[in-house]
Design a protein around this ligand. Structure first.
Ligand code: DC
Length: 223
């Protein structure tokens, strides 16, 4: 199996770029952020406080009460929480912060590790996240660290949310993005960082098509 790991900060375009590349080269796209979002949603729905101090209760609640499944439908990844399709709900902006908070809790990362490795063992995948090249798939054939300037990433994220009909302010999107980047790269457990053997790709000056082509070139060169 060929595994492509794409990591990078919020709004670098990882998911849209990875999804399109996977479609073009016939790989399966796996969005691992969706898994952390689902754990965040599970905690919110069950009134479980998301903090490291509450890690024991979180671990008990998820191991006993959360069945999380990735299903692929026409190349689209859907996430099911105890049989319920939560793929849209986990995309709401308030779920982003919950996901970032649960992702700092070691038992949550352990809980999601095998789900991610299993799909990569069984399929040619492009998997995106924060620790795919460093922790989840350290032997991935291709590792890319995708980034862009913060203002550009915030503008892309803002446009995406507005296109979905959400009423958001650019300043809020930018500050949310900076907070999440800080949390994601400063947590003790599997922080966001470029793997030593990952290729850095800055898409600040690229449009979508150029970014997709650059990633495909890197995959073709390395595999
Ligand atoms: O990629 P995203 O915005 O959907 O991710 C939501 C949060 O989940 C993000 O702030 C950090 C966390 N995350 C992580 O810690 N590790 C991953 N592999 C993917 C996401």
């Amino acid at each position: 199996m060929i595994n492509v790991a794409i990591d990078g900060p919020v709004g670098a375009g990882k998911s849209t770029i990875a999804r399109e590349c996977a479609k073009r080269i016939g790989f399966i796209y796996v969005d691992t952020g969706a898994l952390y979002r689902t754990v965040g949603l599970f905690c919110k729905r069950n009134d479980i406080e998301i903090s490291t101090d509450n890690a024991e209760n979180i671990e008990k609640a998820i191991t006993e009460g959360l069945k999380l499944e990735i299903r692929l439908e026409n190349g689209t990844q859907l996430v099911f929480m105890n049989g319920e399709n939560v793929s849209s709900e986990i995309r709401l902006p308030e779920m982003s912060m919950a996901a970032s908070a649960v992702s700092a809790i070691p038992c949550v990362r352990r809980f999601l590790l095998e789900t991610q490795r299993k799909v990569a063992r069984e399929n040619n995948v492009i998997m995106d996240g924060r620790d795919i090249g460093t922790v989840i798939l350290p032997d991935a054939e291709v590792k890319i660290f995708l980034t862009a300037k913060p203002e550009i990433r915030a503008k892309r994220r803002y446009d995406e949310l507005v296109a979905k009909g959400l009423d958001v302010k650019f300043e809020d999107v930018l500050s949310d993005l900076n907070t999440r980047d800080y949390n994601d790269s400063h947590r003790a457990e599997a922080p966001l960082k470029q793997a030593d053997d990952a290729i850095l790709l800055d898409t600040s000056e690229y449009d979508f098509e150029q970014s997709v082509e650059a990633v495909i070139r890197l995959i073709e060169k390395r595999q």
